[in-house]
Every structure is written in structure tokens, then in C-alpha cells.
Design a protein around this ligand. Structure first.
Ligand code: BEZ
Length: 236
């Protein structure tokens, strides 16, 4: 019997389970070896975490991302947020690559990088997409809040480097939502108007008329809220 492609064959190689974690649930707990020693997600309680995976060390797109994430680290720190990288490469590979980025690009990598050789963390977070690569982690990014709740996920393919402006915008949006109980519209940036959640009762709908919101209709109201981080601080 002939098969047109390996994926038609009835016997397929074992695949790593890739189940997505759930938004607004407790982020899967882990403890792992990193370039800064052993770390557990629990160690970050009280701090927001941006956990991100990359496909492989010593690859060009990943290198551009690491340089960009290194520049992002102090911007996130102002927002009580720490970066934590991950790939399936060994700790020695991570150390050599981080040194190469310092020597060749003049950039220090300030955040820890998990060596997830046994894919333990990768499988907890669904970072391996077998139809893209059966071994490498995709470009996945998870925002975990200071209570350990998974608040956002971004998945990018191997060939597309991520936009770090979007990462900081996402953290700003989530923290603004928490502080002011509002939602943020398309392409929102700090300083822009935010959306007041629509009323759920006749009473609420009536009450909001006197709250000074800028309303297009009873279900679409905007307002302004103070920025958590000043414009000067945001520029870094
Ligand atoms: C890169 O980082 O350059 C890369 C990694 C995996 C697949 C394609 C590109």
C-alpha cells in the first residue's frame, strides 16, 4: 500500500500532548531549572509574570526577540511584571547563547530562561504544536497576574517574531481593567478612553446617566482613567 504523505500513514509517531491552559484559571504550577537557578511559578506570587517560549537557541528570529525582550524588561518592571523565557534547549545551550547575545549584540539578557528538556512546562502550557514542529516550542506568551491567574495568551508561528509593544500594551490593558473595572477598546493605549461595562439592570442603566460618562448609546459608554505609569516613565 502506498501513501501520498507521511501523515496519511495509519501508524503515526507518538505526539506530545498539547492542551491549552484556560484563561482566568490558576496558571499551571511548575518548578524548573533556569539560567538563574531553580525557580517555581509560586516564587512570583505578588508579581505579574510574562512567561514566553521560543523555538530554539542560536536562531536568528529568536535572537531578535531576546534582544527586544531584554529592552522590554525594565519597562515591564515598572509594571510589577517579570519576564521568564523557555525553550527545550539545555541549560548549557542557554548560557552559551545568552553569552553570544552579549558578545555579538552588546545586550545583557536580564531575565531567567527555563531549560525545559523534558518538555514538562511546555506540555502544561500547550507550547508544542506538533503540526508546526514535533519537538520545538512555538512562540507562545502567557501573562500571569500577581495572584497566579492566567490572564492572556498569545501564540505566534515559528517564522514570525513577536511585537514587544503589544506585550506591554496587553499588560497595561489588563492592569487598567483590574484597577478601574473597565474594558479597553481596539488599539487602546494608555491615555485613550476606556469602555465602561454595559449595565445589567434597568437601575444601572438609569444611574449611569448622572455619572458623567461619554455615551453613544445606553450600552456604549466611554470614560477616562488615570494612567498607572506616567508617559515619561513609559518611555523608559
Ligand atoms: C528563528 O528563530 O530564526 C527560527 C526558529 C525556528 C524556525 C524558524 C526560524
Amino acid at each position: 500500500m502506498e501513501y501520498n504523505s507521511p501523515s496519511d500513514h495509519p501508524i503515526q509517531p507518538a505526539r506530545i500532548q498539547s492542551i491549552l491552559p484556560r484563561l482566568n484559571a490558576l496558571a499551571p504550577a511548575f518548578e524548573a531549572e533556569t539560567t538563574h537557578g531553580r525557580l517555581a511559578l509560586e516564587d512570583y506570587r505578588g508579581t505579574w509574570v510574562v512567561l514566553f517560549s521560543h523555538p530554539a537557541d542560536f536562531t536568528p528570529v529568536c535572537t531578535t526577540e531576546f534582544v527586544a525582550f531584554a529592552k522590554l524588561a525594565p519597562v515591564l518592571k515598572q509594571r510589577n511584571t517579570e519576564l521568564l523565557g523557555l525553550s527545550i534547549d539545555s541549560i548549557y545551550s542557554h548560557l552559551a547563547w545568552v553569552n553570544a547575545i552579549r558578545d555579538k549584540f552588546g545586550v545583557e539578557i536580564p531575565f531567567p530562561v527555563i531549560a525545559d528538556g523534558n518538555r514538562e512546562v511546555a506540555s502544561l502550557y500547550g507550547m508544542i504544536n506538533p503540526d508546526e514542529s514535533s519537538t520545538e516550542t512555538s512562540r507562545c506568551l502567557f501573562v500571569i497576574d500577581d495572584k497566579g491567574i492566567l490572564r492572556a495568551m498569545i501564540y505566534y508561528p515559528l517564522t514570525t517574531g513577536r511585537n514587544t509593544d503589544e506585550v506591554v500594551r496587553l499588560v497595561d490593558a489588563l492592569q487598567t481593567t483590574d484597577r478601574h473595572k473597565v474594558a479597553t477598546p481596539a488599539n487602546w493605549n494608555p491615555g485613550d478612553k476606556v469602555i465602561v461595562p454595559p449595565p445589567r439592570t434597568v437601575e444601572d442603566a438609569e444611574a449611569r446617566k448622572s455619572l458623567g460618562y461619554d455615551c453613544v448609546d445606553w450600552w456604549y459608554c466611554e470614560t477616562t482613567v488615570p494612567n498607572a505609569v506616567s508617559a515619561a516613565e513609559r518611555k523608559g
